[in-house]
Design a protein around this ligand. Structure first.
Ligand code: ADP
Length: 194
């Protein structure tokens, strides 16, 4: 299975990504985690990535592609993947589609998780109070939500036009979200005769 999760900060991409990877046998590829690991590794590239992440700005597309492509290529050859947080811009989506064609493995489904902005903000603030990430502070959270709306939001019509978008309400308990995604994805797979 080759699936991507498209969702604003706080919608639960990471939680659902791990569960879906266990369920499908594919690999969970979390863009934010891979970029944070690269940032921790230091060096010039690491410091550059850390600066973008701390501000809540997107890391430039070429850096993201350089960091993520090897993992995607490897996962594509071994049981598929759940992409969490990639692609996140139209140029990344186009590059990912070109890569998929080159590998002969196209994306099955784009799962869009949606929730009201007040719910997302509250979840991120709750995570911050439990010792969360350095980008979980009020003004950076607001900035991340704005960047999402402007830059990642356009991927919803992009994947809708390609006929692979499934929208799931993320404003419900994690188990219900997982069940809703699984029901929709299984239904699609059956309908496609796969
Ligand atoms: P969230 O979705 O809650 O913001 P992530 O861990 O997915 O959490 O992303 C954290 C940060 O990592 C983003 O604010 C951005 O700086 C960077 N990032 C993650 N994925 C991408 C991507 N595909 N393109 C550019 N930057 C990214």
């Amino acid at each position: 299975m080759r699936l991507l999760l498209l969702a604003p900060p706080g919608a639960g991409k990471g939680t659902q990504g791990e569960r879906l990877a266990d369920w499908s046998g594919g690999r969970h590829i979390a863009a934010g985690d891979l970029l944070r690991a690269e940032a921790r590794a230091g060096g010039r590239l690491g410091r550059e990535i850390a600066a973008y992440q701390t501000r809540g700005d997107l890391v430039p597309d070429q850096i993201v592609l350089d960091v993520l492509t090897p993992s995607v290529v490897e996962a594509a050859a071994h049981g598929g993947y759940i992409l969490d947080g990639f692609p996140r811009t139209l140029p990344q989506a186009v590059a990912a589609a070109e890569l998929a064609v080159r590998l002969g493995v196209t994306l099955d489904t784009a799962v869009y998780l949606y929730a009201p902005e007040a719910v997302l903000t509250q979840r991120l603030l709750d995570r911050a109070s439990q010792g969360g990430r350095s980008d979980d502070v009020a003004d950076v959270i607001q900035h991340r939500l704005r960047v999402y709306a402007e830059t990642t939001g356009p991927l919803v019509p992009y994947y809708t036009e390609r006929g692979i978008l499934v929208a799931v309400d993320a404003d419900q308990p994690p188990d219900s979200v997982t069940a809703a995604i699984q029901a929709r994805v299984s239904g699609l797979t059956r309908a496609a005769g796969r």
